[in-house]
Ligand binder design. Structure first.
Ligand code: PEP
Ligand code: MN
Length: 337
C-alpha cells in the first residue's frame, strides 16, 4: 500500500505516519517528490486496512499496489526515474550509449576501444574484468588488473565505466572502480548479490535473466530498491527460446511494457540479444524506436581475436557509422543521442 500525503502536509504529520507504519510492523519507504511525499508500506498487504492511515492528519488517501513489485512500480512512483551520473541523465530525453569490449583483455585493446567509442559519441565505457563464462576453461577476465585498466581508460577519456560484479564479497572492490555496477544475466536472481549492490550508492545495471520473466526481473530490482539504492536500470539482453539462429531472442516488447509497469530506466543490449554483429545495428535502432533509454553495445578493435564474444562485437568504424544512424532514429522519435 502507499500513503499519499497532502501537498501541505507538515513534517510532523509525515513523521507520525512513518511511526505508525513501524508500530504496525511494516517497513516505511519515503519518496519525497517535488509536490508531495508518498510513503510506501512494505510488508504483508493482507494485514493492512486503509482506515489505519486514512484518518491520520496530513494523509490525502491510500492506494493498494496490487502488483507484487512495489518500489519498482509506476503506481508507487509515477514519474520516470532519472539517474544522474557525471552530468549524464539516464532515463531522460537523451538515449545513453554504453560501449566497449566484452572483456578487458589488455591495456592496448582497452585504450584503443575506449578512444574509438568516445570519438564516435558513446557516453559510457563498458568492459568486463570479472567474466561469468559458461566454461571454467574459458578466459575468466583480468580481475583487479582489468579494473585498473578501466580506471586508466576513464582517466584518459573521461568516460564513466560500467563493469560486472559477480559476488557479494567483490562488491566493495568493484564499486571502487565502477561508476555503474552490472549484474549479469546469470546472477539476476542471486539475492545476496542484489542486496549487496543495494547497499552501495552506485547505479546498478540489472540484466534480465536468460530464462526470466519480466515480473521476475522487476522482483529482482525490488531486492535492490528495498535496500535504499534507487538507482536501478533494467536491461533487456535477450532470453532463451527454441530459436538457434540467434544466440538469444531479443524481447523488444519488454521495452514498452517495462516503461508502462515501472519508472526505472530501460536499457537494451542488442549484442548479447542477438549474438551476431550484423544484427546489432538493426536491433539497436529498433530499441530506440521502442522507447529504450539506452544501449549496451560490444565493440572490439579486432573481433576475430577477441577472447570472448567476438562474433557479436562491432569494429570501431562500424560502431561510428551506427552512432550516426542511431542519432537520426533518436531524433525521429523525439529523443536525442
Ligand atoms: C556482458 O555484458 O558481457 C555479459 C556477460 O552479459 P550477460 O550477463 O547479459 O550475458
Ligand atoms: Mn559479452
Amino acid at each position: 500500500m502507499i500513503i499519499i500525503m497532502r501537498k501541505d502536509a507538515a513534517k510532523e504529520e509525515i513523521d507520525k505516519v512513518v511511526q505508525r507504519v513501524e508500530e504496525l510492523g511494516f517497513r516505511p519507504h519515503l519518496s519525497q517528490g517535488e509536490e508531495r511525499t508518498i510513503i510506501g508500506v512494505i510488508g504483508d498487504e493482507r494485514r493492512l486496512e486503509p482506515h489505519l492511515f486514512e484518518r491520520m492528519e496530513g494523509v490525502e488517501r491510500t492506494v493498494r499496489i496490487l502488483r507484487p513489485f512495489k518500489l519498482a512500480s509506476r503506481d508507487f512512483h509515477p514519474q520516470d526515474t532519472v539517474i544522474s551520473l557525471n552530468g549524464l541523465r539516464i532515463g531522460d530525453r537523451k538515449v545513453v550509449v554504453m560501449a566497449g569490449p566484452c572483456a578487458v583483455e589488455s591495456r592496448e585493446q582497452l585504450l584503443q576501444t575506449a578512444r574509438a567509442v568516445k570519438a564516435a559519441g558513446a557516453h559510457i565505457l563498458r568492459g568486463g574484468a570479472f567474466k561469468p563464462r559458461t566454461s571454467p576453461y574459458s578466459f575468466q577476465g583480468l580481475g583487479l588488473r582489468g579494473l585498473e585498466l578501466l580506471a586508466e581508460a576513464k582517466a584518459e577519456t573521461g568516460l564513466p565505466v560500467v563493469t560486472e560484479v559477480m559476488s557479494p564479497q567483490e562488491v566493495p572492490l568493484v564499486a571502487r572502480y565502477a561508476d555503474i555496477l552490472q549484474i549479469g544475466t546469470r546472477n539476476m536472481q542471486n539475492y545476496r548479490l542484489l542486496e549487496a549492490v543495494g547497499q552501495t550508492s552506485k547505479p546498478v545495471l540489472l540484466k534480465r535473466g536468460l530464462m526470466s520473466t519480466i515480473e521476475e526481473l522487476l522482483m529482482a530490482a525490488e531486492y535492490i530498491l528495498i535496500q535504499g539504492n534507487h538507482k536501478v536500470m533494467l536491461c533487456e539482453r535477450g532470453i532463451r527460446t527454441f530459436e538457434t539462429y540467434t544466440r538469444n531472442t531479443l524481447d523488444l516488447s519488454a521495452v514498452p511494457l517495462l516503461k508502462q509497469l515501472t519508472h526505472l530506466p530501460v536499457i537494451v543490449d542488442p549484442s548479447h540479444g542477438t549474438g551476431k554483429w550484423e544484427l546489432v545495428g538493426p536491433m539497436a535502432k529498433a530499441a530506440i524506436a521502442a522507447g529504450s533509454d539506452g544501449l549496451l553495445i560490444e565493440v572490439h578493435p579486432r573481433p576475430e581475436e577477441a577472447l570472448s564474444d567476438g562474433g557479436q562485437s562491432l569494429k570501431p568504424d562500424k560502431f561510428a557509422e551506427l552512432m550516426e544512424e542511431l542519432r537520426r532514429v533518436a531524433e525521429a522519435v523525439g529523443r536525442e543521442l
